[in-house]
Ligand binder design. Structure first.
Ligand code: PEP
Ligand code: MN
Length: 338
């Protein structure tokens, strides 16, 4: 059971709640975040009695992810729509459609500049590319590291774009925060709880990809690690899950979009590139994501996709991206969401 305290609960009120839980045999751990939460294990806590205690905001089952939802509520107090927040002045959630586009890996500075110019012209808000790449083989290209982040930031700034890039472990965080507006957690790291906790202390929003075979509940709980450590600005990104189907790289689970949004109120993006893994079908999946109500897209785009340093087979060219963006805008217009 999780007891969420009110943001202005006093220390005395907290002590009373801890004592009430201990008195019925619960082991209590305290977590600081936007508001303090008390996790109670074992024992026979009386939910009705706890809800009525001074300073208590809510009492939930462990799986209810109180901070992720509380984070959405906190973000929405000054805005009309739940789960809307701003990233360096650019809105995400609500009526906004947030598109991050760029190569899988950071490429050379000239290529990055052309991609940035083209995706911005087509309506992207952010430039995405990995400087540290999680690769299946230890012999594959691992990314350019900090030099890549410098090139990424420079290209984004030249064309008025935000920067999204992946942080693979906590030691990279201090470097990444200098260059990124949004810190990406890759699918392979969704269960890396020490990293999630560190990102909870970062002052930048976190784009949390769904694990390769993570359930929706596990994914929301991963967001909870970030939010309960003090950072409520979590953006979910559905990127496909592993199923029995080998015809596509992954199976894009669009069920997750309405489910996760309803449960947390936080923005949910869709990555159709990793979702299907086949470049010729990426635009169709992007349209489907828009139709199901996604808050935006994360798409792999390159000027010469065949030359991309990684994920070439799922990377679309800039002209295809521009066409896809026009179709998505038309679709959203028809659905009165754009
Ligand atoms: C990526 O965005 O390039 C990436 C590595 O994605 P994922 O973690 O979803 O595989
Ligand atoms: Mn990729």
């Amino acid at each position: 059971m999780i007891v969420v305290m009110q943001a202005d609960a006093s220390e005395a009120e907290l002590t009373d709640v801890v004592a009430a839980l201990a008195a019925v045999g619960c082991r209590v751990t305290r977590h600081e975040g936007p508001s303090t939460t008390l996790a109670a294990a074992g024992g026979a806590a009386d939910r009705e009695r706890l809800v009525d205690m001074p300073g208590v905001a809510a009492v939930r089952d462990d799986a209810a992810a109180p901070h992720a939802t509380a984070g959405a509520r906190a973000a929405s107090t000054s805005r009309a729509t739940a789960g809307v927040f701003e990233i360096a002045g650019r809105p995400i959630g609500g009526d906004a459609f947030f598109v991050a586009a760029g190569p899988c890996s950071v490429e050379d500075p000239e290529t990055m500049d052309i991609v940035a110019r083209e995706v911005r012209a087509a309506g992207a808000v952010a430039l995405r590319a990995g400087a540290w790449k999680p690769r299946s083989s230890p012999y594959s290209f691992p990314g350019f590291g900090e030099a890549g982040l410098i090139a990424l930031r420079r290209a984004a700034d030249a064309h008025g774009l935000l920067v999204v890039s992946e942080v693979m472990d906590a030691t990279q965080l201090a470097i990444a925060v200098r260059y990124c507006d949004i810190l990406q957690v890759g699918a392979r790291n969704m269960y890396n709880t020490p990293l999630l906790r560190e990102l909870g202390r970062a002052r930048k929003p976190v784009l949390l990809k769904r694990g390769l075979s993570a359930t929706i509940d596990e994914w929301v709980q991963a967001a909870e690690y970030v939010a309960s450590s003090g950072n409520p600005r979590v953006i979910f990104c559905e990127r496909g899950i592993r199923t029995f189907e080998p015809a596509t790289r992954n199976t894009l689970d669009l069920n997750a979009v309405p489910l996760v949004r309803a449960r947390t109120g936080l923005p949910v993006l869709v990555d159709p590139s990793h979702g299907i893994g086949l470049r010729e079908h990426v635009p169709a999946l992007a349209r489907a994501a828009a139709a199901v109500g996604a808050d935006g897209l994360l798409v792999e785009v390159h000027v010469r996709p065949d030359d991309a340093l990684s994920d070439a087979s799922q990377t679309i060219d800039t002209a295809t991206f521009a066409r896809m963006m026009r179709d998505v805008a038309a679709l959203r217009g028809a659905l009165a969401r754009g």
